[in-house]
Design a protein around this ligand. Structure first.
Ligand SMILES: [Zn+2]
Length: 244
C-alpha cells in the first residue's frame, strides 16, 4: 500500500541538492547539515513558540529557522510518478457508468504533466440511460459495443494541450485495435498498461501489430505497491505545518 509510510522511496539528485548559498527550505538532506549558529533576527516561529506542543516550539534540532530537524525532512513515502499516473487513470475509471468494465487512461507529456484523462462512457449528448450497457444481446445494436467511447479515445479528445505528440499513455487495459489507431494518429509514443487480459483476441493482436509497425512502445506496468488508499479524513488526522 502506498502513501502511508510503508515504503521508502529512492532519493533523486534534485531532491537532495542544496540551493546555492544556503540550506534547503524543504528538507532534502537537512539531517546532514553541519551545525549553524542561530539565525538573526529571531524567526517568527520562535517568537510565537509556546512551551508545549507544535513544531514551532521545538528548539532542539533546529536547522534552518523554519522548524525542527525531523519536521523539515522530506517525506519518504510519497507517490512516485508512474504510480501517480496509473492511479489517476484508475481513479478516473471510477467515473464510468459501465457495469462490467471501468477503464481509465491518463496521458502524460515529457515534463510529467498530465495533458489528458478519460474513462469509458457513452458519447456526449447520448444519454447513458437510453443506450444499452449489456455485453450480450440477440442483436449487436442492443449491446454497448457500437456506442461506448473507450478511455483512450476520451483521454485524447479531452487533452488540454495543443496535441499529445510524443506523450505516454497510462491505461488500465491494453488498448484495442480501434484505440490503437487513435493513439498512433495522435502521436503518442508509449503505452503503459496494467492488464493485458484480452491478449489473445483479434482486437489486441491487431493493436500490437499496428503498434509494432508504428514504433509505439508498450510495456506492462509493475507497480511498487498494489494498493493506494485515498482517505479523506487523513487531512484532519495528520499534523500539518502551521502558518506563522
Ligand atoms: Zn479501445
Amino acid at each position: 500500500m502506498c502513501g502511508l509510510g510503508s515504503r521508502p522511496a529512492a532519493s533523486t539528485p534534485r531532491a537532495t541538492r542544496r540551493p546555492p548559498g544556503g540550506s534547503p527550505r524543504h528538507g532534502g538532506g537537512a539531517a546532514r547539515l553541519p551545525a549553524r549558529p542561530f539565525p538573526r533576527p529571531l524567526p517568527l516561529w520562535r517568537q510565537g513558540a509556546k512551551a508545549s506542543g507544535g513544531m514551532s516550539a521545538q528548539r532542539p534540532g533546529h536547522v534552518n529557522g523554519f522548524g525542527n530537524e525531523a519536521s523539515c525532512r522530506k517525506r519518504e513515502d510519497y507517490l512516485e510518478w508512474p504510480e501517480y499516473f496509473m492511479a489517476v487513470a484508475f481513479l478516473s475509471a471510477q467515473r464510468s457508468k459501465d457495469p462490467s468494465s471501468q477503464v481509465g487512461a491518463c496521458i502524460v507529456n515529457s515534463e510529467n504533466k498530465i495533458v489528458g484523462i478519460g474513462y469509458n462512457g457513452m458519447p456526449n449528448g447520448c444519454s447513458d440511460d437510453v443506450l444499452p450497457w449489456t455485453r450480450t444481446a440477440a442483436h449487436r445494436l442492443d449491446t454497448k459495443y457500437p456506442y461506448v467511447c473507450h478511455a483512450e479515445l476520451n483521454a485524447i479528445m479531452n487533452k488540454n494541450s495543443a496535441d499529445v505528440k510524443g506523450c505516454s499513455m497510462y491505461v488500465a487495459l491494453f488498448p484495442c485495435n480501434e484505440c490503437a489507431k487513435l493513439i498512433i494518429q495522435a502521436g503518442i509514443k508509449e503505452i503503459i498498461f496494467m492488464s493485458d487480459k484480452y491478449h489473445d483476441t483479434t482486437e489486441m493482436t491487431a493493436a500490437r501489430r499496428m503498434f509494432d509497425l508504428a514504433g509505439i512502445v508498450y510495456r506492462e506496468f509493475k507497480p511498487k505497491c498494489n494498493k493506494i488508499i485515498i482517505d479523506f479524513d487523513s487531512i484532519n488526522s495528520r499534523p500539518s505545518q502551521k502558518l506563522l
